[in-house]
Design a protein around this ligand. Structure first.
Ligand code: SF4
Length: 443
């Protein structure tokens, strides 16, 4: 678990905690026959959700947002760590205890087209959780469903209609009514408006806010649309490769992001002011596989402000980017599964598609002035690769060009009086803070 360190004096956050998550991990496919490395979808998440708040969860697709949401409400089993609801660790519950607790936490899904059973009437869909939990009498259940239809803005006659008779926005209202049927305290909203037209999005967001006020609900709001998150969330958690990179008050985080990943993510939001000189940061490549995440900081393979080793601090930015890209290529080569033909060719000493290091080198460093103290390391690496020792090449590059970002997972540093934290070595005294550092452009 990351330690939380303080960089400034901190005042304790206000508000009672409803959900406390400690070092939560959700891994898939452990001990598989083909690849023994598990997929680390959620990899050591710690956070609190306060009663009555909306916590936003943002990040690129595949970063683990939905898995985290599903693990919190036990639709997925945690590999390790704790999820405390009012002090009870729900990862330890099973059987009747788990079924009883499930009434407390529900989920609204992204796609109202596929999340409702088209063979059931709207009344049956909303009543189903009440039937499963044997809630009161059948007569009271029917009455409760009619009340729920009213609460979400549908009409009593909709009870006997089928989902395909409704628009996307109305179907999402049905999904919300169903989620509220058992009067939960906590609701995970997994991209609840992304499949809807913009005008309908606003109606559903207003409905969710009204319901929160009326029933005192606590939301985890998963989204990729940052402007929606800014509008509806009290606090925001920014996720990357199974880790929370920054978490704090929404306005503070949008106005003055502290983590390099948050800075990059927010820079992609269209700027309403055409005269603004804000720089858009285009990240190089794609996130690494969660089966083989980087050893140090999860963002280290793409971070535009990654810390360099002292001896290379003055290296030209273009050359440094080329070195980072070279490292990425070697890293991917060492991960790639060779086809049987390639393995056979290797055994016979024949050329394979993995032997083209000269071409890659020319492509990356051809037009650059490479000083001897760097070139000798590229030569050494190329030698390992020509001998088909990609793993040794990868380690060699990490030893020579790697920094603390490649070797050590950062702690969580408290970066504001409101208790916002950021997961980055740059908050250590010896390094510059990310917002004082101009990111160099990436290829
Ligand atoms: S720890 Fe290093 S790689 Fe990670 S976000 Fe901070 S500067 Fe970037």
């Amino acid at each position: 678990m990351s330690k939380v360190q303080q960089t400034e004096s901190v005042s304790v956050e206000e508000g009672e905690t409803l959900v406390e998550v400690n070092d939560l991990k959700t891994y898939y496919g452990e001990g598989g026959l083909i690849d023994s490395n598990p997929v680390k979808a959620v990899d050591g998440v710690s956070l609190n959700i306060k009663r009555g708040e909306t916590l936003g969860l943002v990040g690129e697709s595949g970063c683990g947002k939905s898995t985290l949401g599903r693990t919190l409400i036990q639709l997925e089993s945690a590999t390790s760590g704790e999820v405390l609801f009012d002090g009870t660790d729900v990862t330890e519950l099973s059987g009747a205890d788990l079924k009883n607790w499930r009434r407390n936490s529900q989920m609204v899904f992204q796609d109202p087209e596929s999340s409702l059973n088209d063979r059931m009437t709207v009344g049956e869909i909303i009543r189903e959780p009440l039937d499963v939990h044997d809630w009161k009498t059948p007569r009271e259940r029917r009455k409760h469903v009619r009340e729920l239809l009213d609460v979400v803005g549908l009409r009593p006659e909709h009870y006997y209609r089928y989902p395909h008779q409704f628009s996307g926005g109305q179907r999402q209202r049905i999904g919300i009514a169903r989620a509220l049927a058992l009067e939960p305290e906590f609701v995970v909203l997994d991209e609840p408006v992304s499949a809807l037209d913009v005008s309908v999005q606003a109606q559903i967001l207003n409905l969710l806010e009204d319901l929160q006020d009326e029933f005192g609900l606590t939301y985890l709001f998963i989204a990729h649309d940052l402007s929606v998150v800014r509008h509806i969330c009290d606090r925001v958690a920014v996720m990357y490769l199974g880790h929370i990179m920054e978490l704090g008050d929404t306005e503070e985080l949008f106005e003055n992001p502290k983590n390099p990943y948050t800075i990059s993510l927010l820079s992609a939001i269209p700027e309403p002011d055409p005269t603004s000189d804000r720089e858009r940061i285009t990240l190089r490549g794609t996130p690494p596989s969660p089966r083989d995440p980087p050893k140090g900081c999860p963002f280290s393979t793409r971070c535009p402000t990654k810390i360099r080793p002292e001896e290379f601090e003055d290296v030209d930015d273009d050359l440094w980017v080329a070195i980072e890209v070279f490292r990425e290529v070697v890293r991917e080569r060492s991960r790639a599964e060779r086809s049987t033909t390639d393995q056979l060719k290797e055994l016979l000493g024949m050329e394979t598609r993995f032997s083209d290091i000269g071409e890659i080198r020319q492509e990356l460093f051809g037009g650059l002035d490479v000083p001897r103290n760097i070139e000798k390391h590229i030569d050494e690496t190329a030698g390992y690769i020509e001998n088909n020792d990609d793993e040794q090449a990868r380690e060699y590059l990490r030893d020579v060009f790697g920094s603390i970002c490649d070797t050590d997972e950062p702690d969580d540093f408290v970066v504001s009086d409101s208790g916002r934290f950021s997961h980055c070595h740059r908050h250590l005294d010896e390094y510059e803070e990310p917002d004082e550092f101009t990111p160099y452009s990436m290829r």
